[in-house]
Design a protein around this ligand. Structure first.
Ligand SMILES: *Cc1c(COP(=O)(O)O)cnc(C)c1O
Length: 387
């Protein structure tokens, strides 16, 4: 057997353009939030279109916190979240003293179930946080209709959803209160750590801007470039420290320029997995309801069917023995002690998310994978499944 190097589950795709721009930030003397962050925000808003504004933050988690704060979520409020997500979606609700109300997902898409949202509504419900799992848009018509009917806020966790479309419109432009993207290392574009809050609501953006930097009415760069004395500022609220530094925005400027190419590559790799894994005892990831819509393909999640004759855990061990890294998305919220014990959540209350978790494996899918890498992954999956 020839020795093959380990194929990691994910890798960022960073070129000389990003490296040179970061070096430029370092040499410029302005390393924190400044001209590159402003440019990145403008470019991002322009990329999405639809009249949105964008503000850069140091993580999507920070952005979700800011957005919930800006729409007025506070102690005792209830915010509906899917179980099938990363803990960040729920933890930000707790930051504000509100309660995440965890609901089950749709068996086909693994996105939050509109029926489950309706069943969870109480007179304390204030907001819904849809998560576009793996990069596939949630049923936003149904979710926005529930929100209108019950006067609820909608904050989209779009950590997986750049660039995802829903009925031809990019996620971020649908008119929910705010949408938050992540630029964590393994997302569809990266700034190392980082996130973006996007909204058409100018008041919401203004509040997020102030709260992102200690509740200060002017940020350091505004003070640096404006005519009023640079030393003067006023604190108008007890804010946070969530601004994105220019060193990170420098990467984002070039990653964003490449997002079209990145997406084409991901789309082609997903299509190849679909073709070459068809007919195996696997549930392949759901496609958008409209064939013309775009899946971001942040992840390629498959579910082992009982006929596969191998447990999820054993499957991952055997892939690792063949030098291939896999992951699991997600260990659902109701399985984590903090949410399970804190809110008395039971596996049986989330039958879809729980069964999906037991069967789910995320295969490697990223732009630095070669055709030969993908051939290896497909061959390994087929061999383990006895095909
Ligand atoms: C990655 C992720 C986040 C958090 O993003 P950060 O930028 O790391 O804070 C939030 N929600 C989901 C669904 C994610 O996958």
């Amino acid at each position: 057997m020839t020795e093959q190097k380990f194929l990691p589950f994910a890798l960022p795709d960073i070129g000389e353009e990003e490296i040179n721009e970061v070096v430029d930030a370092l040499r410029s003397g302005w390393v924190t939030t400044g001209p590159k962050t402003k440019q990145f925000e403008a470019d991002f808003a322009h990329f999405l279109g639809g009249g949105v504004e964008a503000i850069a933050v140091n993580s999507a988690t920070a952005g979700l916190h800011l957005a919930l704060e800006a729409v007025g979520i506070g102690p005792g409020d209830e915010v509906i979240v899917p179980s099938y997500t990363f803990t960040a979606t729920a933890e930000v609700v707790r930051y504000l003293g509100a309660h995440p109300v965890v609901v089950d997902v749709d068996p086909v898409t693994l996105n939050i179930s509109p029926a489950a949202i309706r069943a969870a509504l109480t007179d304390k419900t204030k907001a819904i946080m849809p998560v576009h799992f793996a990069g596939l848009a949630c049923d936003m018509d149904a979710i926005l209709a529930i929100a209108r009917e019950h006067k609820l806020k909608v904050i989209e966790d779009a950590a997986h959803a750049l660039p995802t479309t829903y009925q031809g419109q990019l996620i971020g432009t649908l008119g929910s209160d705010a949408t938050v993207f992540s630029f964590y290392a393994n997302k569809t574009m990266t700034t190392g750590e980082g996130g973006m809050v996007v909204s058409k609501d100018k008041d919401l953006i203004a509040r997020c801007k102030v709260m992102r930097l200690h509740g200060i009415s002017r940020d350091a760069f505004d003070r640096y470039v404006s005519k009023t004395p640079a030393w003067f500022y006023e604190v108008v609220a007890p804010g946070f420290k969530y601004n994105m530094p220019d060193i990170a925005a420098a990467m984002g400027l070039h990653q964003l320029k490449k997002i079209g190419r990145f997406h084409q590559q991901r789309e082609a790799m997903a299509a190849r997995y679909d073709r070459e894994l068809a007919g195996l005892p696997l549930i392949l990831p759901a496609r958008p309801a409209l064939a013309t819509d775009q899946h971001a393909w942040h992840l390629y999640p498959v579910r082992l069917q009982p006929e596969a004759g191998v447990s999820r855990d054993d499957f991952i061990v055997r892939m690792a023995e063949k030098g291939i890294g896999c992951s699991v998305h997600f260990i659902p919220l109701h399985r984590h002690p903090v949410w399970r014990d804190g809110y008395q959540l039971k596996n049986a209350d989330f039958p879809v998310a729980d069964a999906a978790f037991e069967a789910e494996v995320t295969l490697p899918l990223y732009t630095r994978m070669t055709d030969a890498d993908q051939t290896r992954v497909i061959a390994a999956v087929r061999e383990i499944l006895g095909a």
